[in-house]
Design a protein around this ligand. Structure first.
Ligand code: ZN
Length: 164
């Protein structure tokens, strides 16, 4: 198990669409990927981390909840509330930059848990926001694409772009 490097914006791999984890994917390999994601997220004090942020283009993410860290594989949002909510987001791949993003307040998600069983669940509030942010990563989308306003670190964002 190991702490992985997190790709930083504007690394081109952050823009790739990740691939579904096949049904016959090796379970030990999956467990090791997930442990690495968890450890990497914890080390950086994040509340969510998607596999492509660690240069692994697979549809997996981990999210911190009040019940502990959860892992979701091949997630899909099957419905979204019409009611949207603005909230401040940041991202381990875009350090020290924050912005206001409007997203549906409540979502229904279909995903596989670690045992590869498909589950359907509802998420609201911060949990719903993190899930949407992480699924965006799986599709090569970053919160700065959706942010109506950068609330902090706008100059930093320009520096990152210049260095690229
Ligand atoms: Zn992120």
């Amino acid at each position: 198990m190991s702490i992985k490097n997190i790709l930083c914006y504007p690394h081109p791999d952050l823009r790739k669409k990740s691939l579904a984890v096949p049904v016959d994917f090796d379970q030990n390999k999956l467990a090791s990927i997930v442990t690495d994601l968890e450890e990497t997220m914890e080390k950086h004090e994040g509340i969510g981390l998607a596999a492509p942020q660690t240069a692994l283009a697979l549809r997996i993410f981990v999210v911190k909840t009040k019940d502990g860290v959860l892992t979701w594989i091949n997630p899909e949002i099957v419905s979204r509330s019409l009611v949207k909510e603005s909230g401040e987001e940041g991202c381990l791949s875009i350090p020290k930059v924050f912005g206001l993003v409007k997203r549906p307040k409540r979502i229904t998600v279909r995903a596989q848990s670690m045992d590869r069983k498909t589950v359907l669940f509802e998420a609201t509030g911060l949990y719903a926001r993190v899930i949407q942010h992480e699924i965006d990563h799986l599709n090569g989308i970053l919160f700065i694409d959706r942010a109506k306003q950068i609330t902090s670190g706008e100059n930093l964002l320009k520096e990152y772009e210049k260095k690229a």
